[in-house]
Ligand binder design. Structure first.
Ligand code: FMN
Length: 182
């Protein structure tokens, strides 16, 4: 058995939609138990039980959202004191409007979550460019998708892109499972 925790923040539902796909991918691994939960509701127990932690944030003002940071500081930081999350695997994803074609801060949003993961002692799993759908906006730090066009009109998320999110969840869970066996 392997347990994957998918924790996300969302305002408009885009990051939640991606989180659902990531969770679906994780569930495709035999023996996987998957917990999909909002950052407002996640507890220390969820983190302790997980073998893989996958965290997703909307890009807010060029970085991750305050609710994700609150989760890290209030839920995870006390676990850091006990090294309780050390050796688990971790990956990230983000959604953003991406205005200006420069990503709108998606890299900083993902790197800030990964920096926190490194502090917690997690084994960081990236988003390899060989992943089907990477060309739709993949960034090596994690899965990323634009949810607005250049006129700030919501675009939704294509099924092809959601498939890439699914593969991200599957890949991270597969690695967590292989490490757990040893
Ligand atoms: C307060 C706020 C700040 C935002 N700042 C950025 C930003 O700096 N860069 C960006 O690309 N998108 C930014 N956005 C757009 C969101 O990241 C984007 O719409 C995202 O997909 C929303 O995710 P959600 O539907 O899960 O809430 C911002 C949205 C809000 C509400």
């Amino acid at each position: 058995m392997v347990c994957t925790l998918v924790v996300y923040d969302t305002h408009y539902g885009n990051t939640k939609k991606v989180a659902e796909s990531v969770a679906e991918g994780a569930r495709s691994i035999e023996g996987a138990e998957v917990v999909l939960i909002n950052a407002d509701e996640v507890t220390q127990d969820h983190f302790i039980k997980a073998d893989a932690i996958i965290m997703g944030s909307p890009v807010h003002m060029g970085s991750c959202s305050w609710k994700i940071k609150k989760c890290i500081d209030e839920i995870c930081a006390p676990l850091w004191m006990k090294d309780a999350l050390q050796g688990k695997v971790g990956g990230v994803f983000a959604t953003g409007s991406g205005y200006g074609l420069a990503g709108g801060g998606c890299e900083i949003a993902m790197i800030s979550m990964l920096a926190n993961f490194a502090e917690l002692g997690l084994i960081i799993i990236p988003f390899p460019k060989s992943t089907t759908g990477y060309d739709l906006g993949g960034v090596h730090w994690g899965y990323y998708v634009r949810t607005m066009d250049n006129n700030f009109k919501p675009t939704g998320i294509s099924p092809e892109s959601l498939k890439a999110a699914q593969l991200h969840g599957e890949y991270i869970t597969k690695i967590a499972k292989s490490l757990r066996k040893k």
